[in-house]
Design a protein around this ligand. Sequence first.
Ligand code: SF4
Length: 230
Amino acid sequence: MAKEISPNCAKCPVEACAPRIKVDDKPSLKTTPSYCPMKNMPGIIEKAMAEYDKPEVREFARLASVQEFECYEQTPEGRRTKNPRIVELIQFAHKCGYKKLGLAFCGGLSNEARTLTEILEGNELEVISVRCKVGAIPKEKIGIKPQEKIAGPENYESMCNPIVQAEILNRAKVDLAIMLGLCIGHDTLFIKYCRVPVTVIAVKDRVTGHNPLAALYLSNSYYSRLKSKK
Ligand code: SF4
């Protein structure tokens, strides 16, 4: 069997999946690269598209696209953006009819969690929040060695506990779980164990004010060591 070519959309020069054509014209695959999944994986696309036939999935996708649309406005100077993600979160929650939100946050962002909670509550949304250290389980439980503790070998250090965070929010049957600043890997576990819809308000980046793209934006200048070959 011929080896399947892995998609590499990140390197695509044509982006024929978002063609600038009129509404009644048909997108063409003629110029797509050999690694284009539209060329090589029509079966997967067809199977995935069938999911949108489920009314609840279709409606969720529709509301997400309406939300996307509403983040732009037409002005005499042209189209421009208007909503930060926090506003989008509130609007989307109301669009979906959500009443109860779950907030899984990192202890390093406790102030942000408090502020976010106040803002959400001020917009008629109930918030159930769970801090990452919930359980107060020592890191030794998962095999962390004394010298691998941030607080030092002589100190008690609670493990981050994304599975407990997820299970508490599952139990509360929140309409939507929001991740705020969970670490890499902890966020992965949280998503894995969450049985309610999940979104992200911010990811953890300790050196860029939780804006990981800042490092990319500087990768051709002040942070060019990111691109040096290892
Ligand atoms: S789907 Fe095809 S056309 Fe679109 S970015 Fe990927 S490779 Fe390019």
